[in-house]
Structure formats: structure tokens, C-alpha cells
Design a protein around this ligand. Structure first.
Ligand SMILES: NC(=O)c1ccc[n+]([C@@H]2O[C@H](COP(=O)([O-])OP(=O)(O)OC[C@H]3O[C@@H](n4cnc5c(N)ncnc54)[C@H](OP(=O)(O)O)[C@@H]3O)[C@@H](O)[C@H]2O)c1
Length: 376
């Protein structure tokens, strides 16, 4: 793995800095590369009454910011330029002629809907947005780093390597996977054509911190947390059958580890990398662990399909299969798969911990925070 860093200080553009992964990437960038960084441009949207600048300040002042950021906040802020995301397709407004940047595109729309009515919006936010950004920034790009998802290869099964461009994938479980894979393919082609280096980094499902403090912290509760939240919030006497393929697994990667890998590789010649755990948590024991942790015990796990056609056993079962189950069922019933993590482990060894204990602790943390996302 070759480091492409010359001695010149780096300029970095980061999208999605207010998100789960982007916020951790931002912190880690400064924690580990403070001296090498000239400017980090953050493209941030306003949220309600909060301006982009206020959001960034809230994030850096948060109790969850690492010690380094808390101690050197002023110096860190001096290297940050917050750009209102309305200017995202007008780089000339904030970049100078000839300026070359590493562009880390972490903004994305994590929506696992399988409803055709959401297809256009998911493609617009993930694929078309990425395409417009790449085309707009062409002359300012030293390199384009795209944060995709390890699931963009679809329901493939078996041992999965880092190359998702040359191989035939499985059926996409939803439009999100399809839109992320389409972006990867577009960038690979466009990068070749314009002679701009492209790097595609793909985390699996993001979970709470495993290395940094506070332990198990995550800023937004998505995917398996939504499963936990559903059963935490719907304590009833109803019984529910949960369909899951007993041979499949849940691959959860701690956000702090994922961010450290991104910061370690973005200026190297690695082209594609899955940021995933070398082992999946067994689906059956993973579901049981999550449900035990939120105190829900009126369920059984089945290999059978549960649907309206077959008939629901309870109101809760119907509610599950008509809401969150629609999004999660394709993952719980995936073909068995695992990822080849040899390249990943050579970059940064995956921290060692008991997978089920981690799952329990990360859900406990979420429960303690009432599954409330960070407001920044
Ligand atoms: N979460 C996961 O488990 C997971 C797993 C694998 C891969 N990923 C990928 O990792 C990346 C980051 O995901 P995440 O979990 O950090 O998501 P997230 O917490 O939902 O954050 C998304 C970020 O993108 C920003 N954003 C979205 N649309 C935007 C737009 N049109 N213009 C400007 N900013 C926009 C959001 O800004 P606001 O704060 O203003 O909404 C937020 O900062 C995504 O590309 C996602 O596909 C996520």
C-alpha cells in the first residue's frame, strides 16, 4: 500500500460531516493528521434554525468529541471552512483556481425502502448527486473517495472480495444498494476517463464505538438499532414470528474503527476496500441478544415466510412486517456470506471483542439514550 501524500499540506473536502460516519471521520482526521492538514472544507446543510456553522460548532463542542478536539478546538476550527451545502455545485465560490483537494464523499441517503415510489428519490440522493458532484469538481480533484456500502454487491453469498466492479453481483435487496453500486461503477469509469484517482470504501452496518470513548457511542441509530427500537417501543402481549435465515449473519462494524480505516487509507493507492467485520454475528443469537437487551421475549425465529397472504398472528406481527420488517427482512433472509478481510486487516487490525457482548452493550447504550440521535 503506497502513501500518495507528498509533503505539501492537504486540502480535504468532506460531505456528510454531520452524519454518523462523517462526524467520526472529521474527528479522526484532526486527531491523526492535524499537522498534515491545511484546510478541511465541510459542505453542510442548515437544519431548522441551526446554520451550517452552528451545527459544526455544536459537533466540535459536544461532550462526545474526542479529547484532542476538545483540547485543540480553536486550532481545529482555524483549519475548517464550513460551506453552506447550497453551494455544493458551485466550488468556484470557495475554492481558488488550481486548488487540488481530496474529496471524501460521505453524504448519503441510507433508506432501505423496497417501495418503487421511493426509488427516484434514493437514486437522486445517492447516484445522481454523486455524479453531479464528481462532474462539477473535476478540475479540483486530487482524488475522489466514495463512501459506499459493503452491501452494494447485492445478495451474493459465499466469500466476497474487495472488487465489486469486475464481478457479477447478486440481486439488489433494495434501491439503496442499487444506487450505491451504480455510483461506484460511474465513478470507476469516469475516473479512468478523466485520469482522476478513485477510491471506494465500503463499511457494513455501523455500530457504536469499540475503540474510542465514550464506548459504544454512535450519533444516529439506524439499521439494527431500529430493530431494537421497534421492540423497545412496542412492548405488548402480542407474540411475533421473525423470519430469518439461520445460516446468515449480521455484520456490524464499529464506527470509530471504520473512521480510522478511512483516515488511514484515503491517501493511499488502495482502490476498493470493504470495511467490515471478519466475522458475522450469528443471526439467531444476534436477534435474541438484541431482543433480550430491550426486554422483549414474545417471539420465535422461523425459517418460514410470514406475510399478509399467509396471515398475521397478531397486530404487532402485522405492524412489524408492514414497517421495519419490509426493510430488514431482505437482510435477515440473505444467503450466507462472509467477507475476505485480508487487505483490511493489513491496514488496521479489527479490534478483538466478543461479538454478542458488543451487540448487547451497543444496544444498551442506545436504550440509555432513548435511541435519540445527536442534535447537531
Ligand atoms: N449507517 C450505516 O450503517 C452505513 C453503513 C454502510 C455505509 N454507509 C454509508 O456511509 C455514508 C455515511 O452514512 P451515515 O451513516 O453517516 O449517514 P447519516 O448519519 O444519515 O448521515 C448522512 C450525512 O449526509 C448528509 N447529506 C445527506 N444528503 C445530503 C445532501 N443532499 N446534501 C448535503 N448533505 C447531505 C447529511 O446531512 P444532514 O445532517 O443535513 O442530514 C449527513 O451529514 C453514506 O454514504 C452511507 O451510504 C452507512
Amino acid at each position: 500500500m503506497q502513501n500518495n501524500m507528498q509533503n505539501k499540506p492537504m486540502n480535504i473536502i468532506l460531505t456528510g460531516a454531520t452524519g454518523t460516519l462523517g462526524s467520526k471521520v472529521l474527528h479522526t482526521l484532526f486527531e491523526t493528521k492535524f499537522n498534515e492538514i491545511n484546510t478541511v472544507y465541510l459542505l453542510v446543510r442548515k437544519k431548522g434554525q441551526m446554520s451550517p456553522n452552528e451545527r459544526v460548532i455544536n459537533m466540535l463542542e459536544s461532550e462526545f468529541a474526542p479529547e484532542f478536539i476538545q483540547k485543540k478546538r480553536k486550532d481545529v476550527l482555524a483549519k475548517i471552512k464550513v460551506i453552506d451545502a447550497t453551494a455544493i455545485l458551485n466550488p468556484e465560490l470557495y475554492l481558488t483556481k488550481g486548488e487540488l483537494c481530496y474529496f471524501i464523499h460521505s453524504a448519503g441517503y441510507v433508506n432501505l425502502s423496497v417501495d418503487e415510489v421511493n426509488k427516484e428519490e434514493i437514486f437522486k440522493e445517492n447516484y445522481h448527486f454523486t455524479k453531479s458532484i464528481f462532474n462539477t469538481y473535476e478540475k479540483f480533484l486530487k482524488k475522489f473517495i466514495y463512501i459506499s456500502t459493503a452491501f452494494s454487491i447485492g445478495d451474493l453469498g459465499g466469500l466476497i472480495g474487495d472488487d465489486y466492479i469486475e464481478i457479477e453481483g447478486g440481486a439488489y435487496r433494495n434501491f439503496y444498494e442499487a444506487s450505491k453500486h451504480a455510483s461506484e461503477k460511474f465513478l470507476t469509469e469516469a475516473g479512468k476517463e478523466k485520469n482522476i484517482p478513485i477510491q471506494i470504501l465500503r463499511p457494513s452496518v455501523l455500530g457504536g464505538n469499540a475503540m474510542d470513548s465514550p464506548s459504544f457511542f454512535i450519533s444516529k441509530y439506524m439499521v439494527f438499532y431500529l430493530f431494537a427500537k421497534f421492540f423497545h417501543n412496542n412492548a405488548s402481549n402480542d407474540h411475533i414470528r421473525i423470519t430469518a435465515n439461520k445460516d446468515s449473519g449480521l455484520n456490524i462494524i464499529p464506527t470509530d474503527y471504520a473512521a480510522k480505516v478511512i483516515v488511514s487509507v484515503f491517501n493511499t493507492d488502495v482502490k476498493q476496500l470493504n470495511i467490515v467485520h471478519s466475522k458475522a454475528t450469528d443471526v439467531t443469537s444476534g436477534i435474541s441478544k438484541i431482543l433480550d437487551t430491550v426486554g422483549f421475549n414474545k417471539y420465535n425465529i422461523t425459517q418460514d415466510i410470514v406475510s399478509k397472504t399467509i396471515g398475521f398472528e397478531s397486530k404487532l406481527e402485522q405492524y412489524y412486517y408492514e414497517t421495519i420488517g419490509v426493510h430488514l427482512n431482505p437482510y435477515l433472509t440473505s444467503k450466507p456470506y462472509e467477507w475476505d478481510t485480508s487487505l483490511l486487516e493489513s491496514i488496521l487490525p479489527i479490534p478483538k471483542y466478543d461479538l454478542e457482548q458488543y451487540l448487547e452493550n451497543t444496544v444498551k447504550f442506545a436504550k440509555l439514550k432513548n435511541f435519540r440521535n445527536q442534535k447537531w
